[in-house]
Design a protein around this ligand. Structure first.
Ligand code: MEV
Length: 330
């Protein structure tokens, strides 16, 4: 049997980083997907190929400890580790001793704040789970992917695997899970990619260091972040895009304050604002990666052009209603 599953990218509209400390966040799935195809092998090896991260290779032997790189040299093993963790988890649940080929194809830029690693983990859990005959619920797919995220960066909030699993627009709070939000209004967004990749784990650790050193200053910033999300939900419900834009600007200021913005991100954010965006902020972990601008409906092209002239690559952010899904089974 061969199974292909897919999972979408995401854009965090409000609340990244602060969500790690229990504040709410608002996140939307976008129509850029990772596709993971898998089939059993006749031997007991696990072959993983992920062109997007330039890595492929074979795991074999006792507890799949032996690794032989095919592409990506010495670093391949580290890069493939989160995918391997998902596969091992599913194999343990199935109690089967089979080999698998797992091929990852992604249309999501890597390490750019759009949740590509979580989407890979979610689609892998769904595809491998199905091929092994596990009847995984969405919640179980989410839990397996969340475990893999913990391997990549120590204290993930769980927001990335949640949006890739469930799709749509969600209010997410650590420990409370997801609350779907039905949007009555169009939210025209342009995503701008600085093209600089960065590590989510390092950026999360940077905020933690600042918080540990200056708790009386950073903790109030986190709680203001939570209040912004509450206001943003009201603005969305009222269709008040101008208020939403203001709140994005304020949220960006708070993220700069905790050290996760950067020169390239600021350039794109200010280019978007100068071109008439209603609001603009970094999205995801920051450092490099992507920013997102909210525009009036007629201004999408103008704002996108300004972001490109400032050196960014733009992506359209069509909302993805569906989260993880099985694309093909034969
Ligand atoms: C990364 O997409 C979002 C962060 O808040 C980390 C997390 O929530 O795990 C920076």
């Amino acid at each position: 049997m061969r199974v292909t599953a897919s999972a979408p990218a995401k854009v965090i509209l409000f609340g990244e980083h602060f969500v790690v400390y229990g504040e709410p966040a608002l996140v939307m799935a976008v129509e850029r997907r990772v596709y993971v195809s898998t089939e059993p092998r006749t031997d007991c090896k696990i072959y993983i190929r992920a062109d997007g991260i330039g890595a492929s290779g074979y795991y074999s032997g006792e507890a799949l400890r032996t690794f032989e790189a095919e592409m990506g040299g010495r670093e391949a093993q580290d890069r493939l580790q989160p995918i391997k963790v998902v596969i091992e988890h599913a194999l343990r649940l199935s109690k089967k001793k089979v080999g698998l080929n797992v091929i990852v194809k992604s249309a999501i830029p890597v390490a750019a704040g759009l949740g590509s690693s979580a989407a890979v983990a979610v689609a892998t859990a769904a595809a491998v789970g199905r091929v092994l005959g596990l009847e995984l619920s969405r919640e179980e797919v989410y839990q397996i992917a969340y475990e893999a995220e913990k391997v990549i960066h120590g204290t993930p909030s769980g927001i990335d695997p949640a949006i890739s699993t469930y799709g749509g627009t969600l209010i997410y709070r650590r420990g409370e899970g997801v609350k779907p939000l039905t949007l009555e209004v169009e939210v025209p967004l342009v995503i701008g990619n600085t093209g600089l990749s960065r590590s989510t784990g390092d950026l999360v650790a940077r905020v933690r260091r600042l918080k540990d050193r200056y708790p009386s200053i950073v903790e109030p910033i986190l709680s203001v972040g939570g209040k912004i999300v509450a206001e943003a939900i009201m603005a969305l419900k009222a269709g008040d895009l101008e208020a939403l834009g203001n709140l994005m600007d304020i949220n960006h200021g708070l993220l700069s304050a905790v050290g996760v913005s950067s020169g390239p991100l600021e350039r794109l954010v200010y280019a978007a604002r100068r071109a008439g965006a209603l609001g603009a902020k970094l999205t995801g972990a920051g450092g490099g990666g992507c920013m997102v601008a909210l525009t009036a409906t007629g201004d999408l092209d103008k704002v996108a052009r300004a972001i490109e002239e400032a050196g960014g690559e733009t992506l359209t952010a069509t909302r993805a209603k569906e989260g993880v899904r099985i694309e093909e089974q034969r």
